[in-house]
Unconditional design. Sequence first.
Length: 274
Amino acid sequence: MIRDITIGQYYPAQSQVHRLDPRVKIVCTLAFLISLFLQNSILGYVVAFVFLAMVIRLSKVPVKFIVRGLKPIVILLLFTVLMNLFLTRSGNILFHYGILTITEGGLRTCVFMTVRLIFLVMGSSIMTFTTTPNSLTDGIEKLLHPLNRIHVPVHEIAMMMSIALRFIPILLEETDKIMKAQIARGADFESGNILQRAKAMIPILVPLFVSAFRRANDLAMAMEARCYHGGDGRTKMKPLQYHRNDRVAYLITLLYLVAIVGVGRYIPFKIWIF
């Protein structure tokens, strides 16, 4: 399970998506995520699927690598499916047994919420797979730069996000090493009830926290030794600039938004409960 967590990882490749400005990828990703909640049409999700498939194809990131990132949220997906399936009471009753009732509205909401979560995770993963943590931080800082006028510490916020993204793969690797070491010493993390499994995680959490604090202390000392005092007066070795491909990406995303809103709201298309 630890190896299946792909958040914060970067997949190096020579693709058009990799070469885009990080600000473009951040804005387009946010637009894609927002579009998933703007409509409840089966055709709208078909348009979203086509757009997402096109971006994945252009990014040259293997599909199996993206799908692998869905494994850690399987429990969340199951919880979402069950809650929406049995607690939403609207439309005709399809199944009833005791306290369990499935209605047309519950089934429709269940399917739409599942598709939204899957597309949301895959769309966010494409941004992190094709953008290095430094580029992502620079893009966020540049987008939030106007907030400096109202004394919002934009640089510090971007720096914390960059450090967090860099530490995620490191901590996952450290957790994997600790688990293997504990298993080699006879530890069992698979058998027993929930309380026993939680108790078995203590030999992992203690050394993991010690390692994390040690790395944080080393990082703080290194930044202090390099005379880091915030973002005031700092310049960029590679300043961000928009190019032709970036403007094309904005245009394609705008056309996608028009298409998904238009198709979802103005084209009548029904299949049973959808």
